[in-house]
Design a protein around this ligand. Structure first.
Ligand code: CO
Ligand code: CO
Ligand code: CO
Length: 307
């Protein structure tokens, strides 16, 4: 049902009239120093693509690349424990895995979930008038850059670590009860990069309200210091051509809205009349910083207006 021809968050394969498999794989190098937290974050990130399709993850397999010669095996044990605890929290069963020796440590999961064939949420089924809801604040790429430079305070490190390790499960469960037309999760391409994908075969355009977009407060300070990861510039070079920024908008938004996210939130595209109610329910269910950040417009097609 969903495959390579239209890359989405995950692939979907129909088994029967009421059951389809949804499959995804994701792994990366450490984003935090603590191995246990890294394991949790990598697992939450890998599971997220299943949630972004509207599916429920069921089984997972570990993917490990580990520098056996340079690192103690206890580090790997902590990573795997973090991943396992996150899978347990998500109700996912670990059924196997594979490891290789590598110079650089990497960890992630291949995940399989279930989804009803009629309830698959792709990225591109937007309708003019729909509202866009973002469930987690932006800024993890910029803050991680500051952390690597030793510039972030302990409380900022802790807050961003918890945010990245938070499952998108509850938000996905809530959205299942509302007229949601499209969904994706915000990861490496940044908010605007992922929004650009949503309108890439475009039948619509987008209006984004920068001031209403949830952003981790410390992000502004670090972006102003130039602590912006290379990925943000790459994302802007790739997709900036279809984005119009209001001239009166603070320049920092140009970096922050393209900032690559690790285990970011869901971007939910919902019918206008249901947006406020859905937002309320999302906030009650733990997405306390969720916000309506923009809307789908019939014209101009294929463009994003940020103001
Ligand atoms: Co995704
Ligand atoms: Co992914
Ligand atoms: Co093997």
């Amino acid at each position: 049902m969903v495959g390579l021809e239209r890359a989405d968050d995950a692939g979907v394969y129909k088994i029967s009239e009421d059951l389809a498999l949804v499959q995804t794989v994701d792994f990366f190098t450490p984003v935090v120093d603590d191995p246990y937290w890294f394991g949790q974050i990598a697992a939450a990130n890998a599971l997220s693509d299943i949630y972004a399709m509207g599916g429920v993850p069921k089984t997972a397999m570990n993917l490990v690349a580990f520098p056996l010669k340079d690192m103690d095996l206890s580090v790997l044990r902590r990573i795997l424990q973090g991943g396992l605890d996150k899978m347990e929290e998500a109700g996912v069963v670990l059924v196997g895995g594979h490891s290789v020796e590598d110079k650089e440590l990497k960890y992630g999961l291949a995940v399989t979930g279930f989804i009803h064939p009629q309830k698959v949420l792709t990225k591109r089924s937007l309708t003019a008038g729909d509202r866009l809801i973002l469930t987690k604040p932006l800024g993890t790429g910029i803050i991680n850059t500051a952390i690597k430079g030793g510039l972030a305070k302990g409380e900022v490190v802790e807050a961003v670590t918890r945010l990245m390790a938070t499952l998108n499960r509850d938000a996905a469960e809530v959205m299942g009860n509302y007229p949601v037309h499209a969904c994706t999760d915000i990861t490496g391409f940044g908010l605007l990069g992922h929004l650009a994908e949503m309108i890439s075969e475009s039948t619509a355009g987008l209006e984004i309200w920068a001031g209403k977009t949830p952003i981790i407060p410390a992000t502004f300070e670090f972006a102003a210091m130039g602590l912006v990861p290379g990925g943000a510039h790459k994302n802007r070079d790739f997709r900036g051509g279809i984005v119009d920024f209001s001239p009166s908008l603070d320049n920092l938004f140009r970096d922050i809205l393209f900032d690559p996210q690790t285990s970011g939130g869901l971007l939910i595209c919902v019918a206008e009349e249901a947006a406020e109610v859905l937002l309320e329910r999302l906030r009650e269910k733990g997405s306390d910083q969720a916000a309506i950040i923009g809307r789908v417009m019939a014209e101009p097609r294929g463009r994003i207006w940020v103001h």
